[in-house]
Ligand binder design. Structure first.
Ligand code: SF4
Length: 501
């Protein structure tokens, strides 16, 4: 099905070449998250669930005698500000919006700003990024930003700064959430408790050559305090995998439990190895998990070098999460070497049979620097290197048992089915009391792309979404009391509670 995408979600705001350039203001910095075109098949709402922590964390490292602004072009407020013209502009560069980042860099450099580029693409392709910047920040930008600003001030800027992710980061200052428009997001409480993942899947950006990111954990009390201080009912953990160390997750749950708030997080399916941990998550307010199932075929999981339970056991594990009132948003990669024409129908059928409240589909994409990229490159299966299409919504390699056209069409079919009225209804919670909230969230999230650009532009996201979240939180607090009253072994009879997403 062809979907129309509002212009604001497709095309970056214009950078006026004739805009007069005011003089550069010393000790003024600007951090930019560049625009990227939105996938018409996925929900546009996902872009404003919660802000990325990357740049607000970097902003926290700004020396006290500097002013810093933050601009996310995806919030549809036009091009980034240039009055006053910042002395330093930091831009994050990812594969799919690298060209936009370079365009912004050129525009500001022509007007006298010093431009620093950082982000994942700068780690994997520094030679490509270097000509567009005055300096590259390779690795942990939080550790580098303050030093870079001091060097600009003293006129001794180097061309490259490096910091890896191995240092403990528990003493980092909290992200500068005050720089964010609070109404622009479902919640401004993006939290990060851990960094890294115990897995290194061959397709994941975490396995990028040169990215050293051991699994590190922050103090659980610090996380609870941050959540409480932000004053929001709902938080999203932006960790790659909050469940890599089950005992740490248990401690975190115990710290979050007294807050009586709700949260969701990405975990791997092996959190269900221990049902008591799932129960602790529910009692602590976990209403939803994002799980990378990747594939329903064990051969594909083995090829990806992912440590994961047998895929035949996924259904039982999903039921365990549901029994504890935890929604499941499953993530699936399409186009693995063992995928054939039936993969699309099989995947969507499984999603429906197991009543996954939400799912995301990704066309397998070889990110530069990953083992998957090296493998497909050596086999001559890369179709091109137009990074803007390496966005998991386009086919950029030759699949083994499918044509690129079949893979593209199958991807669309999965989303068309998932967002259809019939599928939303089929996947409704078994407990009728949870159905109204589930339907409200589903229709807002999955079937409202026609109005999302207006909600984002006029900063109505929080206004529209927050009442649903607060309603969910209250229901969840009651649910927790009932769950707590039950013996730990009791499996059935819980209520599936719709989470914020
Ligand atoms: S489990 Fe997820 S986060 Fe961890 S390496 Fe694999 S894809 Fe990446």
């Amino acid at each position: 099905m062809k979907r129309s995408v509002p212009r604001a979600m497709r095309i970056a705001p214009e950078l006026d070449p004739h805009r007069p350039a005011p003089p550069v203001r010393q000790r003024q910095a600007l951090l930019i998250n560049p625009f990227y075109p939105k996938d018409p098949h996925a929900s546009f709402g996902k872009h404003v669930l919660t802000p990325t922590l990357a740049l607000t964390s970097v902003a926290a490292g700004t020396p006290a005698d500097w002013d810093v602004r933050y601009w996310d072009e995806n919030l549809l407020q036009g091009p980034p500000p240039s009055d006053p013209m910042p002395a330093v502009v930091g831009i994050t560069v990812h594969l799919t919006f690298a060209q936009r980042a370079y365009e912004l860099a050129r525009w500001y450099r022509q007007r006298g700003s010093v431009v620093i580029l950082g982000g994942l693409h700068v780690i994997s392709c520094p030679e490509e990024a270097a000509p567009h910047a005055d300096a590259l920040a390779i690795g942990d930008g939080v550790a580098l930003w303050g030093q870079i600003l001091r060097d600009v001030e003293q006129g001794c800027l180097r061309s490259t700064y490096r910091a890896d992710f191995r240092r403990p980061y528990r003493d980092d200052p909290p992200p500068r959430r005050d720089l964010l428009p609070r109404n622009g997001f479902l919640t401004t409480s993006s939290l990060i408790a851990t960094r890294g993942c115990h897995n290194r899947c061959g397709f994941c950006y975490l396995s990028t050559k040169g990215l050293h990111m051991p699994y590190l954990m922050r103090d659980v009390e610090q996380i609870a305090e941050e959540f409480q201080r932000d004053g929001q009912p709902y938080a999203v953990f932006t960790d790659n995998n909050l469940g890599s160390k089950p005992e740490y997750l248990r401690q975190l749950c115990r710290a979050l439990r007294p807050l009586e708030k709700i949260w969701s997080a990405a975990v791997s399916i092996d959190v269900t190895d221990d049902p008591s941990l799932v129960r602790e998550m529910a009692l602590a307010g976990c209403t939803g998990v994002f799980i990378g199932f990747e594939s329903l075929q064990n051969d594909n999981i083995t090829d990806a070098k992912k440590k994961s339970p047998n895929t035949k056991d996924y259904a039982r594990r999903v039921a365990l999460l549901h029994d504890n009132g935890i929604q499941v948003n499953g993530s699936f990669v399409l186009g693995f070497d063992h995928d054939r024409e039936d993969v699309f129908e099989n995947t969507i059928r499984w999603v429906e049979e197991n009543r996954l409240e939400c799912a995301t589909f990704h066309i397998m994409t070889p990110y530069p620097g990953t083992p998957l990229f090296r493998q497909l490159e050596s086999e001559g299966r890369l179709l091109h290197r137009d990074w803007s299409k390496y966005d998991t919504a386009n086919v950029v390699f030759r699949p083994k048992h499918l044509t690129p056209e079949q893979l593209a069409a199958g991807y669309e079919l999965c989303y068309d089915r998932l967002f259809s009225h019939a599928s939303i209804w089929r996947r409704r919670p078994k407990d009728w009391r949870a159905v109204p909230a589930y339907l409200a969230m589903s229709y807002l999230y999955k079937r409202s792309n026609w109005m999302w650009h207006l909600l984002i532009k006029y900063r109505l996201t929080a206004t529209v979404w927050r009442p649903l979240v607060e309603w969910t939180r209250r229901r969840h607090v009651k649910f927790r009391r009932r769950l707590q009253a039950k013996p730990e072994t009791s499996r059935r009879g819980s209520t599936v509670v719709s989470a914020g997403v």
